[in-house]
Write a protein that binds this ligand. Structure first.
Ligand SMILES: [Zn+2]
Length: 478
């Protein structure tokens, strides 16, 4: 049997692993490469024939894990795509959105470079065909593919629906971590320890190491900084513009803002605008799967409880019904583009809009209307990849271009890095130590910049693990 690392090896993005037995070939994830110098890889031909892949196991809906599925389908893949029910729901909206981005890119290229032949990776029809191949499997359910292969999904925290995967292939047991959430996980339940009952001890663990060697500050510190930036801006009569990822981060901020209004940290006469059709759809999907949510969380030093039974045992905890976690009186949801333009002129408001790296989407309306006002703040709460407008702004650009308009950056620029949805080194070690390993079990580190996987590799070796840093395109006989 062979295991080949086709992405997220030596880099963070492009997760894709190929497993080949004598009778079957399958993938774990089929993600997009993102960032300067990596995106070109998305155009490369697959190193396998998509028509020969029997099935795909998907860890979660993030583009860097799922974004090349429509390309796989376009090139002849015909099997099942196994995923958890929430991942299927989120995957549907994200893959349709990704197709739209591909189509628009193609349009822009062909208009500006009429003689250069550029093709998009895939289109809406490819995404629709991909979604039709989704096959949902609940967490914990053991799915037998044939006599030689079975697998199950285990909760990984991170975002709604995210899974680690335990696979038995022939007589070997493989555990893929997927992306692991943090110990103080927001909204959903935290990662589960791996139970290998019915599978046997693990022979191979393929795990993410994004924050190898690093320790996160407690989440409530980031929350306090977040509300502090907002109140300072509002007090000086400015507005706050937050470029935000649609899945998970937006819902996390809404939950925090709701509590900040309740506690009176944000004044009652301030409106928050959610200006992202994709984030709104994602929020509805989150609500639909509220049974996956945690039952309590700490926000601004106060315990918020979402379950009446849990509240009964606690003094001083504020109860909020689970189905009303993200909405509050001062929240205004914007649907139409014209409304977005109108809202962007309002003072003393909070705007949450996509895209998360400000390289497109409605946030451009708000930046365009507000970035030249020194009373305003642009607040970044997520990773900004090189080459994006967000990165340019946090790197201190004095001027930016939006829709061919040159704008002077006069607003305050604030960055909060502590909202990561990934576990730190302690969470990674805790998760790994829960796995019952065979004596000669091998650990392969993926999904990190080289310095992080090197740091984590060193820690694991010192702890006595047989650890390796996976190399891109390398194959292991297993
Ligand atoms: Zn992810």
């Amino acid at each position: 049997m062979k295991l080949t690392f086709l992405g997220a090896a030596g880099t963070v993005t492009g997760s894709c692993y190929l497993i080949e037995t004598e009778n079957k070939k399958f993938l774990v994830d089929c993600g997009m490469f993102q960032g300067i110098g990596l995106e070109e890889r998305n155009n490369d031909e697959f190193l396998f024939d998509p028509r020969e892949i029997d099935f795909v196991l998907l860890t979660h809906a993030h583009m860097d894990h799922s974004g090349l599925l429509p390309k796989l389908v376009k090139h002849g893949f015909k099997g099942d795509i196994y995923l958890t029910p929430p991942t299927a729901a989120l995957g549907e909206i994200l893959l349709l959105d990704a197709a739209k981005i591909q189509e628009n890119k193609f349009k822009e290229y062909s208009e500006s470079m009429p003689y250069k032949s550029v093709t998009s990776l895939y289109d809406t029809l490819d995404s629709i065909n991909t979604i039709a191949m989704f096959s949902s499997i609940s967490f914990g359910e053991v799915k037998n593919i044939d006599k030689e292969i079975k697998f199950k999904f285990v909760k990984a925290g991170h975002i709604l629906g995210a899974a680690s995967i335990v696979i038995k292939v022939e007589d070997k047991v493989l555990v893929f971590s997927g992306d692991l959430g943090r110990v103080d996980q927001s909204i959903i339940e935290r990662y589960e320890h791996i139970n290998l009952e019915g599978f046997g001890k693990a022979d191979y663990v393929i795990m993410e190491s994004l924050y190898g060697g690093e320790t996160h500050a407690h989440r409530d510190e980031s929350i306090a900084k977040f509300t502090d930036v907002i109140t300072r801006t509002l007090d000086s009569n400015g507005s706050v513009m937050i470029p935000c990822f649609s899945v998970h981060r937006t819902q996390e901020l809404l939950e925090i803002l709701k509590e900040a209004y309740t506690q009176g940290v944000i004044r009652d006469n301030v409106q928050t605008f959610l200006d992202s059709p994709l984030a709104l759809r994602a929020t509805r999907i989150y609500e639909q799967f509220s049974t996956y949510f945690n039952t309590s969380t700490e926000i601004l030093g106060k315990e918020v409880v979402y379950d009446e039974a849990v509240q009964a045992n606690k003094d001083n905890a504020r109860y909020v019904p689970q189905n009303n976690r993200f909405y509050f009186e001062n929240l205004k949801v914007i649907n139409r583009y014209k409304q977005s333009l109108r809202a962007s002129k309002k003072n003393n408001s909070i705007f949450i809009a996509g895209s998360g790296m400000a390289d497109g989407g409605r946030i451009l309306n708000h930046l365009s209307a507000g970035i030249e006002n020194p009373r305003n703040t642009v607040l970044f709460v997520g990773f900004q990849a090189e080459g994006t407008l967000g990165r340019k702004i946090i790197d201190g650009a004095k001027n930016i271009n939006i829709n061919k308009r040159n704008l002077e950056v006069k607003a305050n620029i604030e960055i909060i890095r502590g909202f990561s949805a990934h576990g730190d080194t302690h969470a990674l070690l805790d998760w790994l130590s829960s796995i019952s390993l065979n004596d000669n079990a091998q650990i392969f580190l993926v999904h990190a910049e080289p310095d992080r996987s090197e740091a984590f590799d060193k820690i694991l070796r010192e702890d006595g693990y047989h650890s390796h840093i996976a190399e891109w395109k390398s194959t292991q006989e297993i």
